[in-house]
Design a protein around this ligand. Sequence first.
Ligand code: CA
Length: 237
Amino acid sequence: MSRTLVLLIEDEPAIAETVLYALESAGFEPIHAGTGEAGLALFRERDPAIIILDVGLPDLTGFEVCREIRRGSEVPVLFLTARDGEIDRVVGLELGADDYVVKPFSPRELTARVGAILRRSKRSVAAEDTMAAAPPEVMRKGRLELLTDRYQARLDGADLGLSRYEFGMLKVFLSHPGRVYSRDQLMDLVWDEPEAALDRTVDAHIKTLRKKMHAIDPAYDPVKTHRGLGYSFDEHP
Ligand code: CA
């Protein structure tokens, strides 16, 4: 069986070496680029199953590289970020990143994340394969409609373009309108590895979820903040 190709784009030789070694030990086939441009070239040439992308690169930023990749590919992207400010941009921006790891990280943690993301993306590919046969599962509450088997949410029929976590939270909310969920509960219900996530991750995704709804209707705000407690969903805001 051929090994899974993992592209690492990282300019710091010491970090790159550690990560490459960890990936190899975990059974992956890692390839490496030290700049954004070289990384994009390798990505086009080799078609990796997943990309580990450093935010701070010498030529392009990791964000620019990700944006370029996303122009024509849904390949999973795992960000390596150095600072707090970078984390906020990774989780807050519409970059289509699948996860991120903050430096310094343990190689074992990183390879575990890579494995988890790959399992997840395989599952969604499998879901797409069966989609043609089965009718879509639909959840409706108020003006919202969730096509749960395609991870798609619509407001007044318009696709909200939600990320996986935004969609996951909305699905939890819709299943129990009015119920207040704490950040921890949301993380447990929606995140794959909640112990590795941060409280403000939930807040950041709530913020982008609201932003996407407001893009369709600025007055529509069904997600209520309960200070010190968490969030709930109001079916008829
Ligand atoms: Ca760097």
